[in-house]
Design a protein around this ligand. Sequence first.
Ligand code: AKG
Ligand code: FE2
Length: 173
Amino acid sequence: MQEGAFAEGMKAAKLAGGTALKSVRSAESCWIDLEAYAWFERKMLRALSEITRTYFPFEIDGFAEGIQVLRYEGAAVTDGAASQPGDFYDWHSDVGSSGSTRSRKLTFVIQLSDPSDYSGGQLEVNTTGDACPLPTEQGTLVAFPAFALHRVTPVTQGTRWSLALWAHGPAFR
Ligand SMILES: O=C(O)CCC(=O)C(=O)O
Ligand SMILES: [Fe+2]
């Protein structure tokens, strides 16, 4: 993918609670303003209405927090052996206990990279007790309830880019 526009602004990504814990999440991220990309927001709002109509009939107010661009670098290999593990994001829910993460209801992830550009880096969701791999095709939008456990397995080779945003709404009751 053409990563030039974002590559410079990337910083260590934090957890939903705002802390950076390398044992759970190792990736870099930057945030962009959704309002700055009106065409994208319109597209996402159309997708949101279809997803809430068809799959997850949640009460949603709209998107908040902006868009998170994520970069997962593959393992560093020296003399044929991995000298540093690749980036990953271990099992987590996107709903936090403070700030705007409290009202997250749907997670949207867009696969920005061509799957042939990296190995590993599989986005999986677990709602049944088994890890379920989600589609990887470049440009695919994946949506799931923000409370659902999900992870990104370590990228072993290449670089995986993704984008995440969240639809918010009143608390479940
Ligand atoms: O990179 C991904 O596919 C998932 C990102 C994610 O789970 C998150 O930002 O909370
Ligand atoms: Fe997540």
